[in-house]
Write a protein that binds this ligand. Sequence first.
Ligand code: MTE
Ligand code: MO
Length: 197
Amino acid sequence: MAILSRGFGARRRESDPRLPPGQYLTADFPVLSAGPTPQIPLGEWRFVIRTEKGVTTSWTWDEFLALPSEEVATDIHCVTRWSKLDTSWRGVSLDTLLEGVDSADAYVMAHCYGGYTTNVPLADLLGGRAWIAYEFDGQPLAPEHGGPARLLVPHLYFWKSAKWIRGLVLQERDEPGFWEQNGYHLHGDPWTEERYW
Ligand SMILES: Nc1nc2c(c(=O)[nH]1)N[C@H]1C(S)=C(S)[C@@H](COP(=O)(O)O)O[C@H]1N2
Ligand SMILES: [Mo]
C-alpha cells in the first residue's frame, strides 16, 4: 500500500510543469549548510558591493531595511533534487542595489559571513530575478536559512542563493566559488540540469 501510494504520488508530482527535470517536490524546508550557522549582530551587519576597481557601496542594516523591498513568490530547486513550490520572501531587488554601481564587469562573486562563496553572472542578478531576502513566510529569515539576509536567485539551483550574505564583488572573469570548486556547475540552470562540470 505504502509503495503503491508513493508511486502514484511520484507520477503526479513529475507531471507538475513547475518541476525541473530530475527534481521531486518537498513540502518541508530542508537546511543545507556547509558549516555552522554564523551569528551576526544586526548592529555589525553590512552589505557591501565592490567593483573590480575597488569602489565600494555599503549599507548598514537600517539603511538596507529603508530600501524599497518586494514580495517574492517563487519556486526553489536544490541540486540534491528537492524542489519547493510557492515559497514567499521579502527582499531588495538586485536591480535596486546595483542601480548606482558603475561597472563593466560581467561576473559576480557572492561572499558570505562564515566564508561561503558562489559565483553568478551579473546578468542573472538583473531583470527582476534576484534579491537580497530578509523575510520568509512573513517572518524574519531564520538564522539556519541565511538570516539576517541571503541572496535569492531562484531561477538557478539553490546553492547559488548564498546564505548570510555579506557582499558582492564584481569581476571581469568568472571564477568558481565554494561548491563550484568542488564540481558544481559554474552557472547552475535547473531547467537544463547544469548540475556538475
Ligand atoms: N553561506 C552559505 N550559503 C549557502 C549554503 C552554505 O552552505 N553556506 N548552502 C547552499 C546550498 S547547497 C543550498 S541547497 C541552500 C540551502 O538553503 P536552505 O538551508 O535555506 O534550504 O543554501 C545555499 N547557500
Ligand atoms: Mo544544495
